[in-house]
Design a protein around this ligand. Structure first.
Ligand code: CA
Length: 230
C-alpha cells in the first residue's frame, strides 16, 4: 500500500520530476500538475492526501490556490505544504494563514521534504475517530466538527488543530515554542507571534458560546486549556 497520494503542483518540470523521483522512492503515489487549473481537476478526480503547492504558478499564485481550497467544503482532510523560494517572514505567515499546514523553502533536501510530508500526514490521520469533551465543548475528530451548547463552531484548520491539541492536553501550560512544535510541527520556522494570532482567532470563535475562557493565558509561559477558572 502506498504511503499516501501526493499531488505536486509546480510549473517547473525539472523540479517536479525531482520531487516525483524522491517521493516514489519513499513509497508515495504521485500526481502532477503544472498549473492551478489542472491541479483542481486532479484534486476533484483523485482525492490526494496532500498537495505540495509551489508559490509561483502561471495561472494563479499557490497561496491563492491554497486559500481557495481551504475555503471549500470537502478539503478538510487535505494536507497542504507550500513550496517557496521566498524566505522572508511575511510570506511564511501569509502561507500558513492562508491555510497551509507547513512550507518548505527552495532549495530543500529531499529527505527534509519527505519528513515534512510524513509529519503533516500523521497529524491529519491521528485526528480521526475520537470525540473530546470539555465543559460546553465537544470536538468530534471524525466529523471534524466542534460543537458548543448544541451549535457548531466554525474554525479555520489551524485553530481546529490548536484546539484539538489543547483539548487532548488539558490543564497544562505550553509555551509558544512548544505549541509551534506540537501543533505546527517541529521543523517549521514560524515566528512565535503566529501562535498569538491563532489563539486570538480561536478565542473569538469560542466566545460566541462563552467558551473563550477555556483558552487561558499563563503569564510568562504561554497558554493552557482548562474548563476551570484560571
Ligand atoms: Ca514555479
Amino acid at each position: 500500500m502506498a504511503a499516501g497520494k501526493i499531488l505536486i503542483v509546480e510549473d517547473e518540470a525539472p523540479i517536479r520530476e525531482m520531487i516525483v523521483f524522491h517521493l516514489v522512492r519513499a513509497g508515495f503515489e504521485t500526481l502532477e500538475a503544472g498549473d492551478c487549473r489542472s491541479a483542481r481537476q486532479l484534486l476533484a478526480d483523485e482525492r490526494p492526501d496532500l498537495a505540495l503547492i509551489d508559490w509561483m504558478l502561471p495561472d494563479m499564485s499557490g497561496l491563492e490556490l491554497t486559500r481557495t481550497l481551504k475555503r471549500e467544503q470537502g478539503n478538510e482532510d487535505l494536507g497542504i505544504i507550500m513550496l517557496t523560494a521566498r524566505a522572508d517572514e511575511y510570506d511564511k505567515v501569509a502561507g500558513l494563514e492562508g491555510g497551509a499546514d507547513d512550507y518548505v523553502t527552495k532549495p530543500f533536501a529531499p529527505r527534509e521534504l519527505i519528513a515534512r510530508i510524513q509529519a503533516v500526514l500523521r497529524r491529519s490521520q491521528s485526528a480521526n475517530g475520537e470525540v473530546l469533551q470539555a465543559g460546553v465543548l465537544e470536538l468530534d475528530a471524525a466529523g471534524h466538527r466542534v460543537v458548543a451548547g448544541g451549535s457548531e463552531i466554525r474554525l479555520g484548520p489551524t485553530e481546529y488543530r490548536l484546539l484539538r491539541f489543547l483539548m487532548t492536553h488539558p490543564d497544562r501550560a505550553y509555551s509558544r515554542t512548544q505549541l509551534l512544535d506540537r501543533v505546527w510541527g517541529a521543523n517549521v520556522y514560524v515566528e512565535e507571534r503566529t501562535v498569538d494570532v491563532h489563539v486570538r482567532r480561536l478565542r473569538k470563535a469560542l466566545a460566541e458560546q462563552g467558551a473563550d475562557a477555556y483558552i487561558q493565558t499563563v503569564r510568562g509561559t504561554g497558554y493552557r486549556f482548562s474548563v476551570r477558572d484560571s
